[in-house]
Design a protein around this ligand. Structure first.
Ligand code: 5GP
Ligand code: ZN
Length: 114
């Protein structure tokens, strides 16, 4: 999608600190980290949010999630703990409308989220 920020990052039209990449998935550092480790994991294919993801894309979604877990392991936070967040639609705080998971870790997090 031409106007989408994360599509532009996936196409390398906008730079990002890439952590992991396959032909379907990209993981990169969040530009404004909310924790010592804050990585965004996206499918390169554009879906505005989880609400728009077709059910038949379940395998792609699993791949994105498994990438988040692999990055947590690589960063050494798998055992200390991490949070994976999928903001969906305005009340969640979603600001970029290309589906993405946040991987957050490296500090103690509170619950419930604000
Ligand atoms: P959302 O609120 O949509 O769930 O999260 C969007 C995230 O994208 C935010 O954490 C924000 O800091 C991050 N972000 C926004 N613009 C950019 C950018 O240009 N590059 C990178 N790497 N992250 C961005
Ligand atoms: Zn997009």
């Amino acid at each position: 999608m031409e106007s989408c920020l994360f599509c532009k990052i996936a196409a390398k039209q906008i730079p990002a600190r890439i952590v992991h990449e396959t032909d379907r998935i990209l993981a990169f550092e969040d530009i404004a980290p909310k924790a010592p480790h804050h990585i965004l994991i996206i499918p390169k294919e554009h879906f505005a949010s989880f609400n728009e993801l077709p059910a038949e894309k379940g395998a792609l979604l699993a791949e994105v999630l498994m990438t988040a877990r692999a990055v947590a392991r690589e960063r050494g936070i798998a055992e200390s703990g991490y949070r994976i967040v999928l903001n969906t639609a305005p009340d969640s705080g979603q600001e970029v409308f290309h589906i993405h998971f946040h991987l957050l870790g490296g500090r103690r997090m509170s619950w419930p989220p604000g």
